[in-house]
Write a protein that binds this ligand. Structure first.
Ligand code: MG
Length: 381
């Protein structure tokens, strides 16, 4: 370890995870070199990041605004090309929704260290991604806090876990009735009680879809059957997940809820590095830890995700696609909060899952589900 500088590409650099990744990099000087930065929407912030970190490769989604970045001297490449550049050691997948799927596959096929925060690629194409990683020797390093916790608990354990327990804060509407949920707005849903995250994942946390996607993500990352992965609501968000072993012993990972910690662990692994900017837990201020089972009736998305996971094949792809469209409709006030789960449910019911899907099957199922969700809602995005 020690002196070797890691060469990073950050895909989705201007989003919540991307910005927090750059904060970690600023607070650990001399450890990382930024080779690539990409963004989807925030041109001004991307331009500032380019000026500060001087990457070699860049990408920006809106083609007609490319000219604003021509003076930077950077080479303009696609996400997939940046993710597989020989000079890049570690690719941080900080994109949102489906956007990171092909780049994740490219990074995996190129045998990179893939620090992944974007859960949809693994949910949609977990079978292909994990199979390709075995072939290429790519290492998938989870950034999602629950999966980072499970990973940390499993490090040094020769046997697979008997059970994984993912913790959930319960989101901003924990304890609400279905009737109360009918009238909640997008701005209420975007106020997460304990985590700073992007919009898509924050809405998914409010519906508990996020936890459902995390079950599928954990299944692929740790090769544990779906029915050995459960969810417990822990509103304090201090225990980030737990693992139970064959003898009934548990291990859990605890810390102050701040995404920079799991980001840093994925980037410095296997080293643990002091970072003065990360908030520390103050045990004297923690009065209680509480746990409660999730409310599957009021938050049906969790049940839908588990069902799609057990069906397998293209089921989880359709779940992701329908959810991504429904979340967008909800954020535009085009549907109610409670209609979100109804839409996803109807789309899943109409889908005939294809087992062991190819990438093409996945892309087709994704397209179909997006169009069908919009058709059912009678809306356009
Ligand atoms: Mg999470």
């Amino acid at each position: 370890m020690g002196n070797s500088v890691k060469n990073l590409a950050i895909l989705g650099a201007t989003g919540s995870i991307g910005r927090q990744t750059l904060q970690v990099i600023r607070s650990l000087p001399g450890r990382f070199r930024i080779m690539g930065l990409t963004a989807g929407q925030n041109l001004d912030l991307l331009a500032k990041q380019i000026a500060e970190f001087q990457p070699k490769f860049i990408y920006y989604q809106s083609v007609n605004k490319h000219h604003k970045l021509t003076d930077t001297g950077c080479e303009f490449l696609s996400l997939e090309e940046i993710a597989s550049q020989p000079e890049v050691d570690t690719v941080v997948i900080a994109t949102s929704g489906k956007a990171g799927l092909l780049a994740t596959l490219a990074a995996v096929r190129a045998g990179k260290n893939v620090a992944i925060a974007n859960k949809e690629p693994l949910v949609m194409a977990g079978e292909i991604i994990t199979r390709e990683a075995k072939v290429s020797g790519a290492r998938i390093l989870p950034i999602d806090s629950e999966h980072s916790a499970v990973w940390q608990c499993l490090n040094g354990e020769p046997q697979p876990p008997a059970r994984i327990i993912l913790t959930a804060s319960g989101g901003p509407f924990r304890g609400y009735s279905t009737q109360e949920l009918n009238n909640v707005t997008a701005s209420q849903a975007l106020k997460h009680p304990s985590w700073q995250m992007g919009k898509k994942v924050t809405i998914d946390s409010a519906t508990l879809m996020n936890k459902g996607l995390e079950i599928i993500e954990a299944h692929w990352l740790f090769n544990v059957p779906i029915d050995k992965i459960s969810v417990i609501i822990h509103p304090q968000s201090i225990i980030h997940s737990m693992v139970e072993f064959a003898d009934g012993s548990f291990k859990a990972q605890l810390s102050y809820p701040d995404m920079r910690l799991p980001i840093q662990y994925a980037l410095t692994y296997p080293e643990r590095v002091p970072n003065p900017e990360l908030p520390k837990l103050e045990w004297s201020k923690i009065k209680t830890f509480t746990f409660e089972p999730p409310d599957f009736t009021t938050f049906p998305c969790l049940k839908l995700a588990i069902k799609a996971a057990k069906t397998g094949g293209t089921g989880p792809t359709v779940l992701c696609a329908a959810d991504e469209v429904a979340v967008e409709l909800f954020m535009k006030d085009a549907i109610k909060f409670t209609e979100l789960a109804c839409l996803v449910k109807q789309v899943l019911q109409e889908h005939k899952p294809i087992p062991n899907p190819t990438l093409e099957d996945i892309m087709q199922a994704d397209n179909w589900a997006r169009e069908y969700t919009l058709k059912l809602a009678g809306k356009k995005i």
